[in-house]
Write a protein that binds this ligand. Structure first.
Ligand code: BTN
Length: 239
């Protein structure tokens, strides 16, 4: 499996998409030390200075587009497993795509895909951004949220780390649709039982998190007792 390493790109997801369109194989990995236009979920920017690992993995899934959402959740489990091997048992998942350490976000995941006829996918790009070390001032709006996966004295080989995450993800990928990783995702998820705000169309609705359903949609209960199953494409959650 081929790895393309860059010092700086606009977005590794964009580079990987281009490779996908040119016919690159599943497993192709793109990494960068910095991104000038890193993307997050719901059209947000992803702060991507030096000191992070930004990686995108090209997939050519056999399963239906409806199951593509499982790529992000399985990847969250794979990233936690790898980071824990390096740093110990201190990483948890904030539904749906964020990894936290000590109450701060250290990793975000964004999967983008292209549909093909028949409800399948031409390709999917699994993008993972990990804040490894602090190297520059953090924008004020991120100061209270952003954390780092490693300590400054740690030595990290970024390419080896990216390839270990790729390999760990590929252990889960063949049985993705059987949701073999779902129990582990739930165990690692720290929102269950918490009061949150559901943010949809710029409105904030208070809710209690009850857990997740079989598709790992977030089950919430609103103040009036009604329940909802939230898909990742629609909403974000504030603690
Ligand atoms: C999020 O926090 O909403 C998801 C962030 C995903 C960031 C990664 S970094 C590598 C890849 N390239 C991008 O532009 N985005 C993803």
């Amino acid at each position: 499996m081929k790895t393309y390493k860059f010092k700086c790109v606009d977005s590794t997801n964009t580079v990987a998409k281009q490779l996908a369109r040119e016919g690159a194989d599943e497993g192709t990995l793109v990494t960068a030390d910095r991104q000038d236009a890193g993307r997050g979920r719901l059209g947000r920017n992803f702060f991507s200075p030096d000191g992070g690992l930004y990686m995108s993995l090209l997939l050519r899934p056999e399963f239906s587009a409806a199951d593509a959402r499982l790529i992000t959740t399985a990847a969250a489990v794979a990233v936690c497993r790898v980071l824990e091997r390096k740093k110990g048992n201190c990483f948890s998942i904030k539904w749906v795509n964020d990894i936290y350490k000590d109450g701060r976000k250290v990793c975000g995941i964004l999967t983008e895909s292209a549909p093909s006829p028949g409800g399948k996918l031409e390709w999917a790009i699994l993008g993972i951004g990990i804040n490894l070390f602090p190297t520059c001032p953090v924008p004020s709006e991120l100061e209270s949220i952003l954390g780092f996966a490693f300590d400054k004295e740690d030595e990290v080989d970024k390419t080896a780390l990216a390839e270990e995450i790729r390999d760990e993800f590929f252990l889960l990928y063949p049985t993705l649709c059987e949701r073999t990783f779902a129990a582990e995702y739930r165990d690692r998820m720290f929102l269950t039982g918490k009061r949150v705000s559901v943010i949809r169309d710029d409105k904030e609705i208070p809710a209690l998190v009850k857990g997740t359903d079989n598709d790992l949609r977030l089950l919430v209960e609103y103040a009036d007792g009604t329940q909802d199953a939230l898909g990742a494409g629609e909403v974000s959650i504030r603690l």
